[in-house]
Design a protein. Structure first.
Length: 135
């Protein structure tokens, strides 16, 4: 999917929402932890990209951090962590999302050498260079 020339690239700061278990006061700290996602998010327009982080049973045994990301033209990406340390859980979901966004981008890249892989050796090499069977 190509962006128009006037489309602004997505950033964590522009797209992040804090969900259940977090307050708006936590947003700046979370955005700082997620800042390394900006490189991957830049491939998507800001007006069609959303990120939401939430935590269930915060600071309790069995807490679960969930990070959801909606990007245009792709299914929603969901990453979760059950790390007991909140900081470690935030970093784990961030790293998982970074991997998923990289995979999405890799799948989008055109395969410029596809015609070379599908052609036969005879299509690539001049006919006079192909050895002829001896009779």
């Amino acid at each position: 999917m190509s962006r128009s020339a006037t489309s602004t690239p997505a950033t964590v700061e522009d797209c992040l929402r804090v969900g259940a278990g977090f307050s708006q006061g936590d947003r700046a700290w979370i955005a700082e932890q997620f800042a390394t996602l900006d490189t991957q998010l830049a491939a998507f327009p800001v007006d069609a990209t959303e990120i939401e982080v939430s935590v269930k049973d915060r600071n309790a045994r069995g807490q679960k951090v969930t990070l959801e990301c909606w990007t245009p033209g792709h299914p929603k990406a969901v990453t979760t962590s059950t790390e007991e340390d909140l900081h470690a859980a935030i970093l784990e979901v961030r790293d998982d999302l970074r991997r998923r966004l990289a995979e999405v981008k890799t799948r989008q890249v055109p395969r410029h050498n596809r015609h070379l892989r599908e052609s036969t050796i005879a299509d690539v090499i001049s006919p006079e260079l192909i050895p002829r069977p001896s009779t």
